[in-house]
Structure formats: structure tokens, C-alpha cells
Design a protein around this ligand. Structure first.
Ligand SMILES: Cc1ncc(COP(=O)(O)O)c(C=O)c1O
Length: 378
């Protein structure tokens, strides 16, 4: 194999870090000097800022996006015997957070264009199942699921809507920020997210003061006053160090998002000049702000193309190779291949390309040329 001329990683956190290094250190050093690592003042400050950013009244920080989901289900007091309708085309935590507390995920298929949960399939599932207390859309890759029909169905069938917004901070649905369109919104600060910590982190947003209070206690072992516990929660605090880093990075998030959107538009323009048989992302009219956590194409001979890009120094990833309903750990739920055909076929064809803010047009041209050359060769 010849050495690739260029390297374009899937994500370049070093390039993001370099220009903000001094700004971050200026805030971290006083924190380290103060030694207030647990529930320090920056945690509360970050919660206020994220609540404002996501147009919600409250935000409760926690240790990860997975815990944000777990805390949301715990706040709704869901447990064995209860069901939640969700998408099988997502990161594992979407369903794992439910199964972890004995709740059954009911998987329904996705829309073939947006890859988000299909509201028509949700209605069918609500008719077929009893014990469904919530609907969990995932705003996949940074674009909102179609919330209005989901909210209407939730009202009609007595189910709350909880948004898995892990990949979508700042995304908008009909001009409204995700996170408090449903009863709660769960975000991840995993480093690869648009707003990434220096480790794990998450937050739950809500407009409901009772849920906010419950979430705040649940993340501290259910306690209110230290060493007095009215119910059992978990230990899921956000480290102050992460809150400090996130507070600084939040100042840059809109500029980074604008760059991601610009990069997506550049891909559209560059691919339009080729005959590569790939399906590009489509933005639905209600997805008024797509934040492009991923730029995901559908492509024939996907695994071969991935190998070709890797050999040419281009980072790319398959999100997600096996839909959740076919995961071994959910075997006992009884799904089989063919049950959710759209999710299954998208899993076979999806490939995410670099779209991070620091990417240059030359990098993107290199990616598109490599894809074009692959399809021209055979
Ligand atoms: C859709 C979705 N849900 C939940 C999570 C879980 O977040 P975390 O990795 O912070 O636990 C992620 C993050 O990877 C995600 O992409």
C-alpha cells in the first residue's frame, strides 16, 4: 500500500483545542487552586447557561449522556413492566438506559430520509402495546426528529416525550431549540460531541420544576440534605473541571456550529460535481437548524469504500453497523432480521465523513475526490 498524500481524520480535537488552550487554562488554574472539584460553582453556572442555550427553564448536569437518559427514566419512575417506544438506529445508550432499569424498549422503524424515528410507526406501536409511558426520539446526527406528531401521539396515548438530544445541542425544530420540546432533553458532553468535555459529561433539560428537583436529587443518591435520603438515586455528578471546560467551550459553540454547517454545504457542492452514486443528507423543512454532529451519506459497497478511504488517510465511521433490535443483549425481546427494514438497510449503507469545524475545503475536496475515484475505478 502506498502512503497517503494527506490525512483527514474523522475528528481533530487537537485543532479545536489549540486556539482556546490559554482561555481554558486561565479558568482551570484557579479551579485547581481552589480544589473545589465536586459540585463547585461552575456546575451551577453551566446549568444556567445550558438551560438558556437550549431555551429550557432548568438544566441538571450529570456524569454522562447515558446517565442523563437513565436519570430521566428514573425521574419518571419507570421500571419493570413499563415500556418506552424508541428508535433502533442510534447509539446503544438510547436503549441501554431503559434496559438497565428493567424497562422494555419497543423499537419502531425510522424514516428513510431523515433516519429519525417515524411517527407513523410510533402510532402503530402505541396501538399494539400496553404499558407504554414514554416515546424517545433521538435527534440523530444533529437534526431534530419530527416532534409535533410525536407530541400529539404522546398526548393522545398518555405517554411523555423524552428527547435523546445527545448529538444535537443547539439543533432546532421549527425554530425551537431541542431539549425542552418534550418533557426532558438529554445531552452528552462526550468529547466527540459538538460541545465536548475533557472526559465524560451530560445534562438533562426540562421546563418542569418538579422534574428538575427530582433529577437534581437523583444524581446525588436521592439525597437533599447531606446523608438524608428520601429515595434511592445514583452518583452522577458532573466534575467541576468538566463544567469549567464546557463553560469556556460554550462561548465558541455557535461559531463551531456555523463551520460545521458550512462544511456540510461545501460537501453538497463538491459532490454535485461528481457522479458518485451516494445519497447525501437531506434537511427536512422542520429541521430549521441542523448542527451536523455527523455528515452521513448512504453509499453502495460501503465497507469497500470505507477501506478505500482508510487506505487514503481519511477517517470515516459507520454509525451504526447493527441496529439495536438485533443486538445480542436484546435477543429475548424477540426481534428478527427483516422486522425493521429501513433501519437495517440504512445500517448497511451509512458512512459518516469528517465534518468537524476546523476541516478545510482542500480536505473536503480530497475526501470527495477519493470517493469519486473509488466509484470510477469499478
Ligand atoms: C444518541 C446518543 N444517546 C446517548 C449517548 C450517550 O452519551 P454518553 O456517551 O455521554 O454517555 C450518545 C453518545 O455517544 C448518543 O450519541
Amino acid at each position: 500500500m502506498t502512503t497517503p498524500q494527506r490525512r483527514v481524520p474523522l475528528l481533530d480535537l487537537g485543532a479545536q483545542h489549540a486556539p482556546i488552550r490559554d482561555e481554558i487554562l486561565a479558568e482551570l488554574i484557579p479551579l485547581i487552586d481552589s480544589q473545589r472539584f465536586i459540585m463547585g460553582p461552575d456546575v451551577g453556572e453551566l446549568e444556567c447557561k445550558i438551560a438558556g442555550y437550549s431555551q429550557s427553564k432548568y438544566a441538571v448536569a450529570c456524569a454522562s449522556g447515558s446517565d442523563a437518559l437513565l436519570l430521566a427514566w428514573m425521574a419518571l419512575e419507570l421500571g419493570p413492566g413499563d415500556k418506552v417506544i424508541t428508535t433502533p438506529y442510534s447509539f446503544f445508550a438510547t436503549a441501554g438506559s431503559l434496559a438497565r432499569i428493567g424497562v422494555e424498549p419497543v423499537f419502531v422503524d425510522i424514516d428513510p430520509v431523515t433516519f429519525n424515528i417515524d411517527p407513523n410507526q410510533v402510532e402503530d406501536a402505541l396501538k399494539r402495546h400496553t404499558g407504554v409511558w414514554a416515546i424517545q426520539p433521538v435527534h440523530l446526527f444533529g437534526a431534530c426528529a419530527d416532534m409535533d406528531p410525536l407530541l400529539a401521539l404522546g398526548q393522545r396515548y398518555g405517554a411523555v416525550v423524552v428527547e435523546d438530544a445527545a448529538q444535537a445541542i443547539g439543533a432546532e425544530y421549527k425554530g425551537r431549540r431541542c431539549g425542552a420540546i418534550g418533557a426532558m432533553g438529554c445531552f452528552s458532553f462526550y468529547p466527540g460531541k459538538n460541545l465536548g468535555a475533557y472526559g465524560d459529561g451530560g445534562i438533562v433539560t426540562t421546563n418542569d420544576p418538579t422534574l428538575a428537583e427530582l433529577l437534581a436529587r437523583l444524581r446525588l443518591h436521592g439525597g437533599h440534605e447531606k446523608y438524608y435520603h428520601e429515595f434511592v438515586g445514583i452518583n452522577s455528578r458532573l466534575d467541576t473541571i468538566q463544567a469549567t471546560v464546557l463553560k469556556v467551550k460554550l462561548r465558541h459553540l455557535d461559531a463551531w456550529t456555523a463551520k460545521r454547517q458550512q462544511n456540510a454545504a461545501t460537501y453538497m457542492r463538491l459532490f454535485a460535481k461528481t457522479e458518485a452514486p451516494v445519497v447525501l443528507p437531506v434537511i427536512a423543512p422542520y429541521q430549521t437548524r441542523h448542527v451536523f454532529n455527523q455528515f452521513t451519506i448512504l453509499c453502495p459497497r460501503r465497507d469497500e469504500l470505507k477501506a478505500h478511504l482508510t487506505a487514503n488517510g481519511i477517517g470515516c465511521e459507520i454509525y451504526y453497523p447493527l441496529p439495536l433490535h438485533l443486538q445480542q443483549c436484546f435477543e429475548e425481546l424477540g426481534y428478527k432480521a427483516g422486522d425493521l427494514p429501513v433501519s437495517e438497510s440504512v445500517s448497511q449503507g451509512a458512512l459518516s465523513l469528517p465534518v468537524y469545524p476546523e476541516l478545510t475545503e482542500e480536505d473536503q475536496q480530497y475526501v470527495v475526490d477519493a470517493i469519486d475515484a473509488f466509484y470510477r475505478a469499478k
